[in-house]
Design a protein around this ligand. Sequence first.
Ligand code: HEM
Length: 162
Amino acid sequence: MEHEPAPAIFLALQESALGHLMRSSPMLYPAAEILHILGFVVLMGSIVALDLRLLGLGRTIAIQPMAQLLLPLSRVGFLLAISMGFLLFSADAAHVVRNPAFQAKLLLIAAALINIAIAHLGPWRRVLLWHGNASGGAKLTGLASLLLWVGAICAGRLIAYF
Ligand code: HEM
């Protein structure tokens, strides 16, 4: 069955010097994949810990100092995962862009980022009023965060099967 050709921008990325480099170097692609995994491991580790605290686990640990430690870590992990993901993508962009698992992953990441914006523009503005127990809104965005990021991981792993 003939597939629609991928949009030109993805073909251009795949045929770019970067795309060729990622395909021709024996070390670069595996190195980028290892750093991609390292990035989302740091992202997920810090986000899951904070979301579970918001949902009521570890009540003896104060939320704000925990967030001050974990949020910068999650940002570093996110930036590493995104930048290395783009390198992996550049090697086979015209093909991967049509992969339903890859498309689902990008949608889940976008939804997770919108959820972060809602959390920080909403419930987190009143963090000083929580007194050790996150507000209902913070719990809700915490639960959504857990489900969306775990979904992104699952979709990411399924890329290889489509
Ligand atoms: C921060 C969000 C991200 C998460 C949590 C994530 C997660 C994953 C996971 C779990 C895998 C499977 C790894 C494996 O089994 O070896 C994967 C593979 C992949 N990711 Fe991501 N990813 C993210 C962002 C991105 C972005 C932004 C892109 C591209 C623009 C991308 C491109 C890829 C590609 C091309 C693969 C397949 C690599 C291969 O099988 O050779 N990822 N990702």
